[in-house]
Ligand binder design. Structure first.
Ligand SMILES: *Cc1c(COP(=O)(O)O)cnc(C)c1O
Length: 388
């Protein structure tokens, strides 16, 4: 069901659902399958064109998720993968050919860079990294052999907002494909394809799943690049199971209400952090003082619960006291679940075109769905322990 007259939330609730086709059940059930049987020889012979053919190539549950991702991202087509990293490497691989050049934002997710540096390099693909705030200046970095421009906005760990519209407009003139990691917005606060990007990728593991119980990657794209992406996707045998697709669809139905709360609570905590003497800087594009704020207002309708801040450099024992006493905040990789997380970060190890030297310890915070006052209390106690 795709009806542009309906509100975004309404469309998201209906995307990928057809109760009449499922004996009235509200949700598309889990199809556990490998073999798909054909009723007769003629149908078997016509399987090339069949929507269902072999479960590696999709089931009603994974197709429902793809339809819902199209609605979420404002995309023509979608593919789903077993992790965000797999979705990223599938896209990068699809545009790799000997001698090709890729431009990647210096603030991109670490494993995306690693795929270029370790895997693509072996196949003669060169990647160069650019300042995420470059905007239209990207033009001077384009080479005749540039095939793909990779963006992530806001950037992993450091949260620079990119001028996606400007970069995509230039890429389009030059016939270069653009891809962007849209994990931060969950797709709910930003639809980069509507802003000119060809491909929007997400770690569905984060906000789409929303409950820290699922690994998932989503690739949403324009029709023009779908065949190329799907070819690579099929050659690698990328697919996901029905249970995971079901959990992702379930998460998606509550995405709007969760994101609205992450936005509100995240800003409340960010504003509190701004006022603390231990805090040198808060990297949250929703704050009016943030360098990316104007672009963020142009490209996003809200902010997720993930941002960063920098504290006066503590010694290791003090940092240990602060983090080891945490009760509500968990320490661990990932984010986008209902729960809050706090981890020290070291973004400088992922950079080459720009420097990250904020003059203190960088911390990454995910503000979950707890009462934000409780989170603020715990941060205050953490800063007290830091001081000794
Ligand atoms: C977590 C993350 C990924 C990778 O997703 P996985 O599902 O963990 O493989 C990609 N991009 C960003 C921005 C992420 O935060």
């Amino acid at each position: 069901m795709s009806n542009e007259n309906l509100g975004f939330e309404t469309r998201l609730l209906h995307a990928g659902r057809d109760p009449a086709a499922q004996n009235g059940a509200v949700n598309t059930p889990v199809y556990r399958a490998s073999t798909i049987l054909f009723p007769n020889l003629a149908a078997l012979e016509a399987k090339e064109g069949a929507k269902l053919r072999y479960a590696r190539r999709g089931t009603p549950t994974t197709h429902a998720l793809e339809d819902a991702i199209c609605e979420l991202e404002g995309a023509d087509r979608a593919l789903v993968a077993p992790s965000g990293v797999n979705a990223i490497s599938t896209i990068l691989m699809a545009f790799a050919e000997p001698g090709a050049h890729i431009l990647m934002s210096d603030s991109s997710y670490g494993p995306a860079r690693k795929f270029c540096e370790f895997t693509l390099k072996k196949f003669g693909v060169e990647t160069s990294y650019y300042d995420p705030t470059i905007g239209a200046g990207i033009e001077s970095l384009i080479r005749p052999e540039t095939r793909l421009i990779w963006m992530e906005s806001p950037g992993s760990q450091t949260f620079e907002v990119q001028d996606v519209t400007a970069i995509c407009a230039i890429a389009r003139q030059r016939g270069i494909t653009t891809a962007i990691d849209n994990t931060w917005s969950g797709g709910y606060f930003c639809q980069p394809i509507r802003q000119g990007a060809d491909i929007s990728v997400q770690a569905g593991t984060k906000y789409i799943a929303g409950h820290s119980d699922l690994m998932l990657g989503t690739i949403a794209c324009r029709a023009e690049v779908y065949d190329r992406l799907r070819e690579t996707y099929l050659r690698f045998g990328v697919c996901i199971g029905g249970d995971d697709a079901f959990l992702a669809l379930r998460g998606l139905r509550t995405l709007p209400v969760r994101m609205a709360q992450h936005h509100k609570s995240g800003l409340q905590v960010a504003n509190w952090l701004l006022q603390q003497p231990e805090v040198l800087r808060v990297m949250h594009p929703g704050l009016p003082g943030d360098p990316g704020h104007a672009l963020w207002k142009q490209h996003f309708t809200g902010a997720s619960g993930l941002f960063g801040f920098v504290i006066t450099q503590p010694d290791r024992p003090a940092l240990g006291r602060m983090f080891d006493g945490l009760k509500l905040f968990g320490m661990g990789s990932s984010w986008g679940g209902f729960e809050s997380l706090l981890v020290p970060a070291n973004p400088s190890v992922y950079r080459s075109a720009t420097q990250w030297a904020p003059g203190g310890q960088t911390v990454r915070i995910h503000v979950g769905l707890e009462d934000p006052e409780d989170l603020i209390d715990e941060l205050r106690q953490g800063f007290d322990r830091l001081a000794g």
